[in-house]
Design a protein around this ligand. Structure first.
Ligand code: ATP
Length: 300
């Protein structure tokens, strides 16, 4: 039996503008996920194959999940999600069956995005010496996923005959059939990991996760954007200098910056009382004194 949280996920829609920095990543994700979902006809017309799977990798707390939610929101498609921890939860039962069932559900409510978080903990790795490093269940889960990556997605129809010109090949009938195929099987698999080195190389072969996108930690400008976004609804005293805070938050992930803002507001309530009207620079500074950023210099 599937736990109710495994499957179609409900979440507050996220717009691309709510994600600070990461302009290049956002563009790549729009091209590989949003455009084929929103404009399948254009992809068929130009004979472009869309990616079967997209893999996001990078340090924790730097917006991988938020980016996928933004892609699902802007594509107006169903969003189904599963993490490694959920898949192996005792409530789920047979993990490989749960994963197969998730894909069945995704096809039933397509167009859809299946988001596999912490994919490294979901599947085993058979590289570096014969057997699967993980359990036999992980090996079975890997096999289900490989089958899905091979079966899901849009394969353009084979060119018929050899004497046909490019123009002849793309007849209206071909396009109609391809479009039908796209609409029937419109399931995009997006996965995220902090440990791409732990992934079985079979997943990374062409035709599977063919778009691999690095989501970097925020640089100075991105940190400023993130601080602006997370203080948007927070009244700030005029002494608050977000530029200064951005400079002093090297090694902070986006999640750390969000926490910093929340903690500063809580400290303002604690120190000034419940009638406090705005957060001051000193509140941010005090929080910063004891804040351990979650990134290490190696991750930058
Ligand atoms: P993990 O690898 O731990 O799953 P993640 O990379 O998927 O983390 P998210 O879950 O997307 O990170 O982000 C965590 C929180 O940090 C979110 O609530 C999000 O609002 C905030 N955050 C992270 N990066 C950004 C960003 N660039 N702009 C705005 N908010 C951000």
């Amino acid at each position: 039996c599937l736990r109710s949280s495994v499957g179609v996920a409900e979440f507050t829609p996220v717009t691309w503008e709510r994600i600070g920095g990461l302009e290049e990543v956002k563009l790549k994700l729009r091209q590989s996920v949003e455009w084929p979902m929103k404009f399948p006809e254009a992809f068929v017309r130009l004979g472009v194959c869309r990616a079967r799977g997209v893999l996001l990798y990078g340090p924790p707390g730097c917006a991988k999940t938020t980016l996928v939610k933004a892609a699902a929101s802007s594509s107006h498609c169903s969003f189904l999600t599963l993490s490694g921890a959920e898949l192996y939860s005792p409530y789920v039962g047979d993990s490989e069956k749960a994963l197969a069932q998730l894909f069945c559900q995704a096809r039933a409510c397509s167009p859809s995005i299946v988001f596999l978080d912490e994919i490294d903990s979901m599947v085993g790795c058979r590289d570096n010496g014969g057997g699967c490093r993980g359990s036999s269940v992980q090996a079975q889960v890997l096999s289900v996923l490989l089958n899905e990556l091979d079966g899901v997605g849009f394969k353009p129809a084979e060119r018929r005959g050899t004497g046909q010109s490019e123009r002849d090949w793309r007849t209206r009938e071909d396009q109609r059939m391809q479009l039908q195929e796209v609409c029937n099987q419109d399931v995009m698999i997006v996965a995220a990991t902090n440990r791409p080195d732990m992934l079985d190389s079979a997943l990374l072969r062409p035709g599977r996760f063919d778009h691999i996108i690095y989501v970097p930690p925020p640089d100075l400008q991105a940190r400023l954007n993130i601080l602006q976004l997370h203080t948007e609804k927070m009244p700030l005293k005029s002494d608050v200098c977000l530029q200064d805070l951005a400079t002093r938050t090297d090694l902070f992930s986006g999640a750390d910056l969000e926490n910093l803002c929340k903690e500063a507001a809580l400290l303002a309530l604690h120190e000034e009382g419940m009638s406090v009207s705005a957060v001051q620079q000193k509140h941010f500074q005090k929080v910063l004194q004891n804040f351990q950023p979650s990134l290490s210099p190696q991750q930058i």
